[in-house]
Design a binder for this molecule. Structure first.
Ligand SMILES: [Zn+2]
Length: 290
């Protein structure tokens, strides 16, 4: 399978900014790691696609967390994305599957009675958190609302996902088109006229494996690419970091684990990786504990 890519571009004489992503492999990696059923995979896959595109709006060591709880069957959806094109994520309940006449029912799966939290770590003293109430449970519509409400940036967001009979992801990805302050009424009309094409995001991604062809389709030749990069599911967790976490436990708790279990197994929520600590390793950690 081809590498997942993200494209960042300017269009219409630099009056709009565009992010397009094909994150099919990212979604498949999440399916494998978390044993996701298609509805869970669709909602998490789309949230990771949005996360990666928003991650591309950051720089350096900055990072972004998206937390969504719509009080639907899937529970909480959590995604961390980084400007280097990596993402990780999980859902509270992985075995959910709901369909309607059109296919997977993402709105029912996520629910629409709750909030989206976007937490940005801009490597300053405090984290920036914006919270908006879910409007519809449709991620594309709700993130359109988010960009307007929290970032004062009029945006068009479209997301798509399709799954195969074996429950793997056939295609997943999306696009964000943002009006920059110098955008004109004509630009808005121009983009509005493309909504029909853009709303069929999964068809576009299936048809055009090169994301630049989607740019051409929408903007003709009136665009310039700023950045093109590979994206992937990657969790920065490590045994070393979990060891540091264990070292912050009260000494007594560590001693209990050592005496009773003789080993410890820690699982990373984000990527489902398991880390096992042997008796010797735990004793080493105990030496450094408070
Ligand atoms: Zn992890």
């Amino acid at each position: 399978m081809a590498n997942d890519t993200l494209l960042k571009a300017l269009a219409l004489e630099s009056r709009v900014r565009v992010y397009i992503i094909n994150s099919t492999s990212v979604t498949n990696e999440a399916i494998k790691r978390h044993d996701l059923w298609p509805s869970a995979a669709s909602v998490l896959g789309k949230t990771m696609a949005i996360g990666l595109m928003m991650g591309a709006m950051l720089k350096g060591e900055e990072a972004l967390t998206i937390k969504i709880d719509g009080n639907g069957p899937i529970g909480t959806v959590c995604v961390d994305a980084y400007p280097n094109g990596t993402v990780r994520g999980y859902v509270e309940r992985n075995h959910v599957h709901f369909t309607n006449k059109e296919g997977l029912d993402d709105v029912y799966t996520l629910g629409y009675n709750g909030y989206i939290d976007v937490i940005k770590d801009l490597k300053l003293k405090d984290l920036f958190t914006s919270t908006i109430p879910l409007q519809t449970g449709d991620l594309a519509k709700d993130f359109t609302y988010y960009f307007m409400k929290s970032e004062q940036t009029p945006s068009l967001v479209s997301l798509g996902s399709l799954f195969d009979v074996d429950n793997t992801c056939k295609v997943c990805g999306g696009i964000i088109i943002q009006l920059l302050p110098n955008a004109t009424e004509e630009d808005i009309t121009y983009i509005e006229n493309k909504i029909n094409i853009l709303s069929k995001m999964s068809d576009l991604l299936l048809k055009y494996t090169d994301l630049e062809d989607i740019l051409k389709l929408i903007f003709d030749n009136n665009y310039s690419i700023l950045e093109k990069k590979d994206v992937c599911f990657k969790c920065p967790c490590s045994k070393e970091n979990f060891a540091k976490g264990l070292a912050t436990l009260p000494k007594k708790d560590l001693e209990d684990i050592i005496n009773k279990d003789k080993k410890a197994e820690v699982v990373c929520h984000y990527c489902n990786e398991k880390y096992t600590f042997s008796l010797e390793e735990l004793e080493e950690i105990l030496k450094g504990a408070k």
